[in-house]
Design a protein around this ligand. Structure first.
Ligand code: UTP
Length: 297
């Protein structure tokens, strides 16, 4: 029987340069997908997976994130007074129980591996999840929930895996894959952003992980990797090299890379089209755009 995964780390200390100038004053994770900030999707996914302790690795300028999870008594009072119960319910979903959320600072953006390492004392001696909020995954059952269920069966460490086009492998952490059993892949190695043509497969790691505390020792020893950052991929690759079992999990669902402008726009359209209150109007508009552009050709 595996120890339960109840803690999740949300590394949100990155600079978000691909969304400048917006991210000069707004944390990337507060940017809204339809009407909810990216971070809300990540929190909902974690809750669905049974996570009860939420650890944010933040940095300077991310105060809006902390405020977002605070109670807003004045706003709640006004909504109550006006009988706006539906909005009140939506708002309550953003509140976190006292003590369920912790913030820790990464003083320098030294990379994802380093951000995760900053939370080591809050993790203690338990397995934990890592969620990157800019990877938004739309799925019937949340991606992390699928992973936790698989982890409860097989243990070890686990990374979410997804096939990507061969010519895009240099943008991802790529898996060297051994045996496959249904959704689970035994991982023999991992390489962060391999040069074009060097990728061991076209299976990429997506921003969901279940790790064990032994990873912290590997991050600590870690040299600067690709992009002059301390990479989580390199630390996991070290664990694999020392015989730790690491599985890739091919989740069911669609992943949107909301760390890029194109991915964010695709997610916005897709999530809006999935909403009853927006679908018809947006679909009509998109159709109109397509026919105008076809007519112009
Ligand atoms: P990204 O590679 O997307 O970097 O980080 P970024 O800084 O957020 O965005 P760009 O590339 O400048 O546009 C992936 C995840 O790792 C976190 C980010 O916040 C994001 O959730 N991260 C990255 C940190 O927490 N600290 C770091 O030093 C680097």
């Amino acid at each position: 029987m595996q120890r339960k995964v109840t803690k999740a780390i949300f590394p949100v200390a990155g600079l978000g340069t691909r969304f400048l100038p917006a991210t000069k004053s707004i944390p990337k994770e507060i940017m809204t997908l339809v009407d909810r900030p990216l971070i809300q999707y990540a929190i909902d996914e974690a809750r669905e997976a049974g996570i009860t302790e939420f650890i944010f690795v933040t940095s300077r300028g991310k105060g809006a994130l902390e405020d977002y999870f605070d109670h807003a008594p004045q706003l709640e009072f006004e909504l109550l007074k006006k009988g706006k119960t539906e909005l009140l319910e939506i708002l309550k979903n953003t509140n976190m129980d006292s003590g369920a959320i912790a913030y820790i600072r990464q003083h320098k953006a030294l990379g994802l591996g380093h951000a995760v390492w900053c939370a080591r004392r809050l993790i203690g001696n338990e397995p934990f999840a890592v969620i990157l909020p800019d990877d938004v995954i739309s799925a019937k059952e949340s991606c992390l929930k699928q992973m936790v269920q698989a982890y409860n069966e097989v243990g070890g460490s686990m990374v979410a895996a997804m096939e990507v086009p061969r010519d895009k492998t240099s943008s991802y952490g790529i898996l060297e894959v051994g045996q496959q059993h249904e959704n689970l892949l035994a991982i023999n190695g991992m390489v962060e952003k391999p040069p074009q043509g060097d990728a061991p497969s076209n299976l990429a790691v997506i921003g969901r992980y279940i790790l064990t505390p032994s990873i912290f020792a590997h991050i600590e020893k870690q040299k600067i990797g690709v992009g002059r950052e301390i990479q989580l991929t390199d630390a996991i690759a070290n664990e694999i090299a020392l015989g730790q079992a690491v599985n890739g999990f091919q989740f069911e669902g669609k992943r949107f890379d909301c760390g890029t402008k194109a991915g964010f726009l695709q997610a916005t359209i897709s999530f809006a089209l999935a909403r009853n209150d927006l679908r018809d109007e947006l679909a009509d508009y998109l159709q109109e755009l397509v026919s105008v552009s076809n007519a112009a050709q």
